[in-house]
Design a protein around this ligand. Structure first.
Ligand code: NDP
Length: 299
C-alpha cells in the first residue's frame, strides 16, 4: 500500500498477484495429491470486443496458475437451445468444476434461463439465483459469491479495514456489483445504505460513510467534499473517457474523482489497478475452492 497526499492507495494489482501466486501453489499440491487440476469453462457468445477482451484475460490467468481452461466460443447467431445444450454438456463434464458464461448475452437469449441452467456446484460467477438467494438469507452461505463484490471485500480485509459496526454506502444496485456487495457488507455487520439513480442528495448520504463502494458507472461522480475524512473508498467504476493525449484516444477513470478524494480519504483504490485485477483473482479462487470441494467428495 502506498501513501498519496493523505489516503493510502490500495494496490489491487499487487494483492491480486499475491493471490494468484498462492492459488498456483495450492494447485501444485492438489495435482500431487489427486493427480488432477481444476477445470474452468469459459463460454462466450458473439464477438463483442469488450467481452472478448475479458474472456481472453480470464483464460490467460487460468493458464498462469495451472487451471485447465475449456473454451466454448459460440457465434452471435447461436440459439437459446444451443447455448443451453452447451451449458448442460459442461455441467456433465467431470473435468470441469467451474462454469462461467460471459455476460451480456445477445438480446435474443433469455439470460436468466441460461444462468439457471448452470449447475449450482459449478457456478463460480455466483450469479445463480440459488447462490444469490442464499447470500440474502441470514444463517445461509452461498456456495460462491460474485467475483467483483468478493474482490471489494478482500481489498478491505487485506488493507486491515474493519467492516463490523461501520457505516457503509454502496453507490449502485446492479445484480452483478451493487446489490451483492451491499449484501456481503451487511453479512459482515456493516450498516449499509444503497444509493441509486433516484436517490435525492446522494452526497449527504455518502458523506456519512466510513466505507464507500462506488459502482454507478458514472465517471468522476464522487467528489472530495462528498467524503468523510479518513473513509475507505473502493472504486469499482471503469469508465472510458476521451483523452486526445493518449495514443488510443481514451483513458479509463473510476466513479470517484481520485485526485480530489485521495486528499480526504483514509484509503482509496486507483482505476485501473484497484478492483479490476481482483475480479479475476476471485474467479480463480472460486474455481479452486470448487475443485477442492469436488475432489474431496470424490475421495
Ligand atoms: P449498471 O449500469 O448495471 O448499474 C449501475 C447502477 O448505478 C444502477 O443501480 C444505477 O441506478 C446506479 N446509478 C447510475 N447513475 C447513478 C447516479 N448518478 N447516482 C447514483 N447511482 C447511479 O452497472 P454495473 O453495476 O454493471 O457496473 C458499475 C460500474 O462498475 C461500471 O463502471 C462498470 O464498468 C464497472 N464494473 C467493473 C468491474 C471490475 O471488475 N472492475 C466489474 C463489473 C463492473 P438504478 O438502479 O436506479 O438505475
Amino acid at each position: 500500500m502506498a501513501e498519496s497526499g493523505g489516503a493510502q492507495i490500495i494496490d489491487g494489482k499487487l494483492i491480486a498477484k499475491q493471490i494468484h501466486w498462492s492459488i498456483a501453489q495450492e494447485i501444485t499440491t492438489l495435482k500431487e495429491r489427486h493427480d488432477k487440476v481444476p477445470g474452468l469453462a469459459v463460454l462466450i457468445v458473439g464477438e463483442r470486443k469488450d467481452s472478448q477482451t475479458y474472456v481472453r484475460m480470464k483464460r490467460k490467468a487460468c493458464a498462469e496458475v495451472g487451471i485447465k481452461s475449456f473454451d466454448v466460443d459460440l457465434p452471435a447467431t447461436a440459439t437459446e437451445e444451443e447455448i443451453l445444450d452447451a451449458v448442460l454438456a459442461l455441467n456433465a463434464n467431470p473435468e470441469i468444476q467451474g462454469i462461467l458464461v460471459q455476460l451480456p448475452l445477445p438480446k435474443h437469449v433469455n439470460e436468466q434461463k441460461i444462468l439457471l441452467a448452470i449447475s449450482i456446484e459449478k457456478d463460480v460467477d455466483g450469479f445463480h439465483p440459488l447462490n444469490i438467494g442464499n447470500l440474502t438469507m441470514k444463517g445461509r452461505e452461498p456456495l460462491f459469491s460474485p467475483c467483483t463484490p468478493k474482490g471489494c471485500i478482500e481489498l478491505l480485509k487485506e488493507s486491515g479495514i474493519a467492516i463490523a459496526g461501520k457505516r457503509a454506502v454502496v453507490v449502485g444496485r446492479s445484480n452483478i456489483v451493487g446489490m451483492p456487495v451491499a449484501l456481503m457488507l451487511n453479512n459482515r455487520d456493516a450498516t449499509v445504505t444503497i444509493v441509486h439513480s433516484r436517490t435525492k442528495n446522494p452526497e449527504a448520504i455518502i458523506r456519512e460513510a466510513d466505507i464507500v463502494i462506488a459502482a454507478a458507472g458514472q465517471p468522476l461522480m464522487i467528489k472530495g467534499d462528498w467524503i468523510k475524512p479518513g473513509a475507505a473508498v473502493i472504486d469499482v467504476g471503469t469508465n472510458s473517457v476521451d483523452d486526445p493525449s493518449k495514443k488510443s484516444g481514451y483513458r479509463l477513470v473510476g466513479d470517484v474523482d481520485f485526485e480530489e478524494v485521495k486528499k480526504v480519504a483514509g484509503f482509496i483504490t486507483p482505476v485501473p489497478g484497484g478492483v479490476g485485477p481482483m475480479t479475476i483473482a476471485m474467479l480463480l479462487q472460486n474455481t479452486l475452492e470448487s475443485a477442492k470441494r469436488m475432489f474431496a467428495l470424490e475421495g
